[in-house]
Design a protein around this ligand. Structure first.
Ligand code: NAP
Ligand code: HSE
Length: 424
C-alpha cells in the first residue's frame, strides 16, 4: 500500500488535534478508507511544539519552500492562522499542485477568491470544513446537499468563545473577563480574542457559509457586525426575566436578490432550539424551501472536534477530485444583489431615566412616531431617583428604531440608552 505523505503547518491546538487523530487512528483510516496517511513534516517556528507533544523532532521543517519542493508531499494542512504568512505559504503549496486543508476562516473570508483560482490552475483542491462550526460538517452539507433547495435563511451560533462566555455569564453568574480567560485556556479563542468577542470571527464564518448557502459571494466586509462586549449582567438578568437567553447570532437570509447578513447579540426565546446551545457548542439552523428547517449542532471549537474536521478533509482530498465553487467567487457582492441594511427585527431596549412623571409616556410617543410598536414595558427603580425602563418592541425596521433612540437620548429626564439588543 502506497503511503500518502502530508505535512502540517502550525502545530497548535488544531494542528495538534489533527496530528493526534491521524497518528492514533492511522490503522483505522487505512482499514476503513484504504488510505495509509503519514505526516512527513511539521512546520512551526521551532521544535518546541513537537517536543511538548512527544513528536519526533526529525519531522520538524523550517521552510515552506522545502515543503513545496518535496514531490512526495501530496497535501498540506494549514493550521497556523492569520493572513500572512499563511496566505503566501498556501499559495506556494497550491502552485506546487498540493491540495491544502485549512481551518483558517479569516484567510478564507479575505482571500478565498485569490486562492481558489491557484488551486484550479494546478489541479489541486482547497478544503476548509474546519473553518466553520468546528467538528460539525456544515460546509460539506452546504456543498453537497440541498441541491434541489433554495436556502432561504441560516441562523447560527458559530463562535464557540462568545457562546462559552455568554453561557458562563448566564448560568454561573461568571464575570466577562474570567469567562474569556477560561475560553482562552481551553483553546477556543483566537490568538487575538478581539476576533471572537468583537464578532469578526463569526462574520468571517458567516461570509463563507452564506456564500455557499446562497450561491453568491457574500463578502465579509458587507456583513453588519457587533460583538458581545456591550452585553451586561443586567441585560442577561432582564433576558431571563422576559424568557430569553442572549446569544451572539450570525444571520443570513436570501429572498430573491435581497440578502441580509449580520452578526450581533440577540435575545433568543427559551423555546427556540438555539437558546439551549451552550458552552463552546455551536449550531446552525437552516431553512430551505423544500427541506424545511434543519439544525446542525456540535462542538464548535477545540483540538479534537476541529482536528476531526481537518482529517475528514484530508481523507476527502486524498480520495477524490477537487470541487470548486459553483458561483462566481470574485470576492465582491454581485451587482444584481441588494444588501438589506434596514432589516426588520424585534428589539430589547433598556433606558436609564430620572424617575419623574411623564418620562415613560414621552419615550412611548417617540417610539410611536417612528412606527415602533411596544410589545412589553417594565420599570424598575434605580439609584438616587433614577429608574430603568425596559421595552420589548414588536418587529420594527432597524433604521426606525435607531432614529427613535437618537431622539429618545435627547429627551429631558432621559439619562442614557443603556442597551439595545435585537430579538430573534
Ligand atoms: P494556535 O494554537 O495558536 O496554533 C498555531 C500554531 O502555528 C502555533 O504553534 C504557532 O506558533 C504556529 N505558527 C503561527 N504562525 C507561524 C509562522 N509564521 N511560522 C511558523 N509557525 C507559526 O492556533 P489554533 O487555535 O490551533 O488555530 C489555528 C487556526 O485554526 C486558526 O486559523 C484558527 O482560526 C483556526 N481554528 C481554530 C479553532 C480552535 O478551536 N482553536 C477552531 C477552528 C478553526 P506560535 O504559538 O509560536 O505563534
Ligand atoms: N475562536 C473560534 C471560536 C474557534 O471560538 O469559535 C473555532 O472556529
Amino acid at each position: 500500500m502506497k503511503k500518502r505523505k502530508i505535512a502540517i503547518m502550525g502545530l497548535g491546538t488544531v494542528g495538534g488535534g489533527a496530528y493526534d487523530i491521524l497518528t492514533r487512528n492511522r490503522d483505522y483510516i487505512l482499514k476503513t478508507q484504504g488510505l495509509d496517511i503519514e505526516v512527513k513534516y511539521i512546520l512551526d517556528r521551532d521544535v518546541t511544539p513537537l517536543e511538548k507533544r512527544g513528536i519526533p523532532v526529525s519531522l520538524w521543517c523550517a521552510s515552506a519552500d522545502a515543503l513545496a519542493a518535496d514531490p512526495e508531499v501530496e497535501l498540506v494542512i494549514e493550521t497556523m492562522g492569520g493572513v500572512e504568512p499563511a496566505k503566501t505559504f498556501i499559495s506556494k503549496m497550491l502552485s506546487a499542485g498540493k491540495s491544502v486543508v485549512t481551518a483558517n476562516k479569516e484567510l478564507l473570508a479575505k482571500s478565498w477568491h485569490e486562492l481558489e483560482p491557484i488551486a484550479k490552475a494546478h489541479g489541486c483542491g482547497l478544503y476548509f470544513e474546519a473553518s466553520c462550526v468546528g467538528g460539525v460538517p456544515v460546509i460539506r452539507a452546504l456543498g453537497e446537499s440541498f441541491q434541489g433547495d433554495k436556502v432561504q435563511a441560516i441562523y447560527g451560533i458559530i463562535n464557540g468563545t462568545t457562546n462559552y462566555i455568554l453561557s458562563k455569564m448566564s448560568r454561573d453568574g461568571c464575570d466577562y473577563a474570567t469567562a474569556l480567560s477560561d475560553a482562552q485556556r481551553l483553546g477556543y479563542a483566537e490568538a487575538n480574542p478581539s476576533s471572537d468577542v468583537d464578532g469578526y470571527d463569526a462574520a468571517y464564518k458567516l461570509s463563507i457559509l452564506a456564500s455557499l448557502a446562497f450561491h453568491t459571494c457574500v463578502p465579509y466586509g458587507s456583513i453588519y457586525r457587533e460583538g458581545i462586549s456591550g452585553v451586561s449582567a443586567r441585560d442577561i438578568e432582564n433576558a431571563h426575566e422576559l424568557g430569553y437567553e442572549i446569544k451572539l447570532l450570525a444571520i443570513g437570509k436570501r429572498d430573491g436578490n435581497n440578502i441580509e447578513a449580520r452578526v450581533h447579540p440577540a435575545f433568543v426565546a427559551r423555546d427556540h432550539a438555539l437558546s439551549s446551545v451552550s458552552g463552546a457548542f455551536n449550531a446552525v439552523y437552516l431553512q430551505g424551501d423544500y427541506v424545511g428547517n434543519l439544525m446542525f449542532y456540535g462542538a464548535g471549537a477545540g483540538a479534537a472536534p476541529t482536528g476531526s474536521a481537518i482529517v475528514s478533509d484530508v481523507v476527502k482530498a486524498l480520495g477524490g477530485s477537487p470541487k470548486y465553487c459553483d458561483f462566481d467567487n470574485n470576492g465582491k457582492l454581485d451587482k444584481n444583489i441588494n444588501l438589506v441594511g434596514d432589516f426588520v427585527s424585534g428589539y430589547y431596549i433598556d433606558i436609564s431615566v430620572e424617575d419623574k412623571p411623564g418620562v415613560l409616556s414621552r419615550i412611548s410617543t417617540v417610539l410611536g412616531e417612528n412606527n415602533v410598536s411596544i410589545k412589553a414595558a417594565t420599570q424598575a427603580p434605580g439609584d438616587d431617583g433614577t429608574a430603568n425602563v425596559v421595552f420589548l418592541t414588536h418587529r420594527a425596521g432597524e433604521k426606525s428604531v435607531m432614529r427613535s433612540l437618537e431622539s429618545i437620548g435627547k429627551l429631558a429626564s432621559v439619562i442614557n440608552v443603556q442597551s439595545v439588543i435585537r430579538v430573534l
